[in-house]
Design a protein around this ligand. Sequence first.
Ligand code: C5P
Length: 223
Amino acid sequence: MFNAHSMDVIAIDGPAGSGKSTVARDLAMRLGRFHLDTGALYRALTWKALDQKADLEDAAALLALLGCTALGFEGDGRILVDGVDRSKEIRTPEVTRQIYRIAEKGEVRARLRPIQRALVSGRSAVAEGRDMGSVVFPDARWKFYLDGDESVRAERRWRELVPGNPSLTREEVLTELKDRDAHDTQRAAAPLVCPPGAVRIDTTALSIEDVIEKIEKIVQRKG
Ligand code: C5P
């Protein structure tokens, strides 16, 4: 299926605002692992589809677009789309609003799967997303599922986004987060689940540092 190297993966899944991106990035840096941010790949395809005015309901058109798109990461985590840094473009509210239309399509997910595996092939990695432990890296050596109270997750997202958008309200962020969670957990293709065998961590009352320490301890125990 895919090579043994792909199992040297710490898979981290969880809903928006669970802290998984920061945890995955910092953990990867500490452990000298590659950080695979799969949300960035879904965002990149969504951004390019919007940019090219592709029909987001046309799976064949999206697959054609993906077929002629080069996706990669710089060492510092910036995403390259066709060789150009698009780290800012992929995080606009419009991309966040539209991304479910790409993420819900099984055909698109199936085509992104080998791309995700190829990106970690031959190296140890921390892979974060919504279907890491369940679908993309089912044989990952370590699996974690980060969760937390909705209002606390929304507050984290708001703090992250408000510097770039001072008029953004907490209510807007909470509504967006609820919508996204609903799409991610209820879609038919690779819905967000706590994968079998994953360690579930409730991050509601924990700092990023607490979560990283918990994960590091478990990784070292099973190392
Ligand atoms: O992690 P991030 O918030 O950037 O992910 C954006 C969206 O991309 C998620 O809400 C989800 O719809 C989609 N996604 C996914 N599967 C992944 C990673 C992200 O469906 N493995």
